[in-house]
Each structure stands twice: as C-alpha cells, then as structure tokens.
Design a binder for this molecule. Sequence first.
Ligand code: CMP
Length: 138
Amino acid sequence: MIQSTLSIIKPDGTQRNLIGKIVSRFEEEGFEIAAMEKRQLSLREVEGFYAEHKGRGFFEELTTYMSSGPVVVMVLRGENAIDRNRQIMGATNPKDAAEGTLRKLYAQDIGMNTVHGSDSPAAAEREIGYFFPKTAIF
Ligand code: CMP
C-alpha cells in the first residue's frame, strides 16, 4: 500500500551537514520526497507537535532540543512508507539500533537521535497536516 509519512531531520542532523546523506538514503530506498522544508521551529510549535508526550520526564528536554536549531521537515511517499521509514531509522535509542540504520550510523543519544518518523497511519496524517497544507505536497 502506498503511504505517506512525516520525517524530520533533527537539529543534530542539520548541524552536522547530514541533510544530503539522509535525503539520499530515503531516495535510494525508493521513497519520493513529496514535500520538504528547512524550518526553525518555535518552542510552541514543537510542544504542539509532540503533545502526546506532554507530562513525560523527557518532554522539556525534547522540546528545548527540537527548537534549538533548524530542522528539515519532509513528507516521504512510498510502499509501506510508515513502517519502512521506521525500519530505516532504527530504534529510538541508537544503542539499540540495528546496523545500517540511520540512527546507528548518525545518532548521538536518545535525544539527539537525528531523525523522527511518524509511528502509525493516524500519527502520519496528523503530523503531515501539522507542517504542510495539502497544496504543498506533490
Ligand atoms: P522521536 O521519534 O522524535 O519521538 C519522541 C522523542 O523523544 C524521541 O524520538 C527521542 O528523541 C526523545 N526522547 C528523549 N528521551 C526519551 C526517552 N527517555 N524515551 C523516549 N524518547 C525519548
């Protein structure tokens, strides 16, 4: 099934000039980049995006970090894009990430873990809509 999913290259990825490598990997894996924008997110925007994590111990660290520098937000489209993107990213904690995954290759720790990806069809729909109007997705 062709799906769309939201991907974010986090501040540690943009700061280390990893945008090209990460986007190349997604294209090599057969995804289309259906939308893409480099953005400096405000604390409010990040708090809204990660609202489901509100109240968890890492929420403040997460939102401060994600608003600390520019990110790249993207819509990836392809066969089983939601699960396949999660496999390509690897486990949230790079210590647990499989060889060859983006987080194994590039992530520094569970917070600075280089990429985000939607974890379900409902999340993908919400997260894509959070950043992109339908008219900006091609
Ligand atoms: P992400 O896929 O962007 O979704 C939520 C983020 O919270 C996650 O990646 C991690 O980078 C971050 N995070 C920080 N600490 C933790 C933690 N202890 N457990 C889960 N996620 C964490």
